[in-house]
Ligand binder design. Structure first.
Ligand code: NAD
Length: 365
């Protein structure tokens, strides 16, 4: 098999963590005997410096021509004073829109080795493994009319039937391949748009009778994520609610440097760590590459249907952490402080070990 990956490292640590992810991707490709073809393009501030725009047509075209897009991060103080449409972050919005990425997926999974560094108790967290599926291209962030004057400000939360149906369908599909539970989050007791959302989710549910559906008000969902996160499998939410809930869900399981994400549409998919370009540590070899590496695992899983590869990458991350290797952001007493490059070498080394162990039929974590 041959897969084309549009590689957009971006700015700051985006470049360092993308390098790390590519090292892992190449190791995976070799072990599974697939060919990965990388097309590297500029995005964000580094694109602005060369082309006076944070996103060129050439970069968008490379994404259109790809089987998957991998992005590092964009932004930094150097470009902060640019007008809004030229800022590095404007490239992200435009790219998501151009690729029609309507579903954002963020896993909330706890690595055993990091369970003690969470702000939640171990017994609450143990076994937590769910995804937040957030609608990304509709809702109040895009609804018209919008605006403000001296007397009032307003936005419009609007969803079309098609927008709700396609994200609901994706949530049920994912759940049917996981633990067969969808919790659909809304505010149907107050908002008509939420009642509309709920009706359509129930309609789509009829096609997935083996998946259990629960409706949950958004305020309760926020409480439940910190009270009993183990109960969730797929948490389906609209754009605004998902913005908030995915951050809560991410943080209960660890640091920003650990959080991967996928944004998926009907034709294209983009994988990126949740964190930004971290100008405070850029170029120092201090960046935690695990969010990016885990995003690569999602790419193998969702875009290339290489579930086994994704699983082994996650096991390699788990083993790296279990053996006490930590970048500064997740460092704790008794562990060994390592650089971005060293951490990546450990993950690729363990990946190869686990791959070989599985091939030989001997397996231990
Ligand atoms: P940030 O995520 O870049 O950094 C926040 C803090 O977390 C910093 O102290 C940073 O050092 C630390 N951190 C983040 N990722 C880390 C990693 N992998 N390893 C170790 N530590 C890590 O957020 P910010 O400082 O608010 O923003 C910096 C720039 O990034 C801004 O220009 C912002 O607009 C941009 N940004 C981009 C994206 C994106 O590209 N998707 C997302 C968020 C922020």
């Amino acid at each position: 098999m041959r897969y084309k990956i549009a590689l957009l490292p971006g700015d700051g640590i985006g470049q360092e963590v993308t390098r790390a992810a590519v090292q892992v991707m190449k190791t995976v490709a070799e072990s599974f005997n697939v060919t990965l073809e990388f097309n590297e393009q500029l995005i964000g501030g580094s694109s602005y410096d060369k082309n006076q725009t944070p996103l060129t047509d050439e970069t968008i075209q490379a994404c259109y021509d790809s089987d998957a897009v991998f992005l590092g991060a964009v932004g930094g103080p150097k470009w902060e004073k640019l007008p809004h449409h030229l800022k590095p972050e404007a490239a992200l919005l435009k790219l998501r829109k151009s690729l029609g990425l309507y579903a954002n997926i963020r896993p909330a999974k706890i690595y055993d080795a990091l369970i003690d560094s969470s702000t939640l108790k171990k017994e609450v967290l143990d076994g937590t493994d769910f995804i937040v599926m957030r609608e990304l291209t509709g809702g109040i962030y895009f609804g018209e009319p919008r605006g403000f004057d001296d007397k009032r400000g307003f936005n419009t939360m609007v969803y079309s039937h098609e927008e709700v149906e396609r994200i609901a369908r994706m949530a049920f599909k994912f759940a049917s391949e996981r633990n067969k539970k969808v919790a659909s989050v809304d505010k149907a007791n107050v908002l008509e748009v939420s009642q509309f959302w709920r009706n359509i989710v129930h309609e789509v549910h009829k096609d997935y009778p083996d998946v259990q559906l629960t409706d949950m008000y958004v305020d309760n969902a926020a409480m439940q994520i910190v009270h009993n996160p183990r109960q969730f499998d797929v948490l389906l939410t609209s754009n605004l609610f998902g913005d908030i809930l995915s951050d809560i869900a991410g943080m209960i399981t660890g640091s920003l440097g650990m959080l991967p994400s996928a944004s998926i549409g009907s034709k294209y998919a983009l994988y990126e760590p949740v964190h930004g370009s971290a100008p405070d540590i850029a170029g120092k070899g201090k960046a935690n590459p695990l969010a990016a590496i885990s995003s690569a695992a999602m790419m193998f899983n969702y875009s290339f249907q290489m579930q086994k590869a994704a699983e082994i990458i996650e096991m390699a991350i788990e083993r790296t952490l279990a053996n006490g290797y930590r970048t500064a952001d997740i460092f704790s007493e008794g562990c060994e402080l390592v650089s971005t490059g060293q951490m990546t070498n450990y993950v690729t080394g363990y990946y190869t070990d686990i791959f070989n162990e599985q091939a030989l039929g001997v397996f231990t974590l």
